[in-house]
Design a protein around this ligand. Structure first.
Ligand SMILES: *[C@@H]1O[C@H](CO)[C@@H](O)[C@H](O)[C@H]1NC(C)=O
Ligand SMILES: *[C@@H]1O[C@H](CO)[C@@H](O)[C@H](O)[C@H]1NC(C)=O
Length: 287
């Protein structure tokens, strides 16, 4: 019996793993990253300031979806600025784990770089020794469009209405926006160091460019330096921060599902055999 119990425990553990995998992978998928060309000297005060800054970002992300830090230094070129921005619908826990992952990926992507920025599906992290806090920046960082067979003209109108709604302002500060109609859904996010009007301006710009570059694609993402806009049609193939990543996860999930099926089958067999044996022993003392 204890063996069966162990197998049952194993199955539930694996099931939990599979059930939690998609959620974390969708907020943690890599979208883009970049590093400053300048390097700091390892072991320098600059390095300890970078570490202090990144640690502060990670611990702060457990309490809020946005924060900025300035690490002052007697030498101006060693003064560091940094921020993180989580997508507005993330829980504190998801925000914290997303920022932790982004910071660790930044470390791998930008070793000894004086500055760097990294966007995962669920959060954005940036640090540098030049001030960018509160500075509007509409530089396009990335756009990606799905297959161009997505919408008939009715649907395209609906898509444009959804994006239009996302881009309207009632004057209040809305750094995170979601919109949808029928099978079209969309999401927008500003980095919250922008003022309400700068955020509005950034999103209008992003929406205009997104419509132009992706046209009638089934999904589209457009990232400017301080805001992004994304839309997708339900059931559209592979709209993710990184299509390949998602496919990879799908494969892992399939493999795990097969594995679980096998383990369950073995467990059932064990139960069945021990049942048979009991029946056997009771009826006519087998062996
Ligand atoms: C930023 O840091 C790098 C590396 O230490 C340095 O070369 C550069 O001059 C600094 N930039 C500013 C604006 O201080
Ligand atoms: C940076 O953070 C401070 C303290 O949380 C806040 O008062 C300030 O408005 C923030 N600055 C920007 C540009 O977001």
């Amino acid at each position: 019996m204890s063996r069966i119990l162990t197998i049952t425990t194993l199955i539930s553990l694996l099931t939990i793993t599979v059930l939690t995998t998609p959620a974390t992978s969708s907020t943690d998928s890599f979208v883009f990253g970049g590093c400053s060309q300048l390097k700091y000297t390892p072991g320098s005060p600059y390095e300890s300031n970078v570490n202090l800054l990144l640690t502060s970002l990670v611990s702060s992300a457990a309490f809020t979806t946005y924060n900025n830090f300035t690490i002052k230094s007697p030498t101006p070129q060693d003064t560091l600025y940094g921020l993180f921005q989580c997508r507005g619908d993330l829980s504190n826990g998801d925000c914290a784990s997303c920022v932790a992952r982004a910071v660790s990926q930044l470390g791998t992507l930008c070793p000894d770089s004086s500055g760097g920025a990294l966007q995962l599906e669920g959060c954005f992290v940036k640090y540098d020794n030049t001030t960018f806090l509160g500075v509007e920046d509409k530089t396009e960082v990335l756009h990606k469009c799905g297959p161009l067979i997505g919408f008939d003209s009715d649907e395209l109108n609906r898509r444009d209405v959804v994006l239009g709604y996302l881009g309207t302002s009632d004057g209040s500060y809305k750094p995170f926006r979601v919109g949808g109609s029928g099978d079209v859904s969309s999401v927008a996010q500003c980095v919250q160091d922008l003022s309400a009007s700068e955020c509005q301006d950034c999103l209008s710009e992003a929406i205009g460019r997104l419509k132009t570059v992706c046209g009638p694609a089934v999904w589209g993402d457009l990232y400017l330096a301080k805001c992004y806009v994304r839309f997708s049609k339900a059931g559209a193939p592979s709209n993710g921060g990184n299509g390949n990543d998602n496919n990879g996860n799908d494969e892992v999930e399939k493999t795990l599902a097969i594995l679980i099926g096998l383990i369950a089958a073995v467990a059932l067999l064990v139960v069945f055999l021990s049942f048979l044996r009991k029946v056997c022993e009771r009826e006519r003392g087998c062996k």
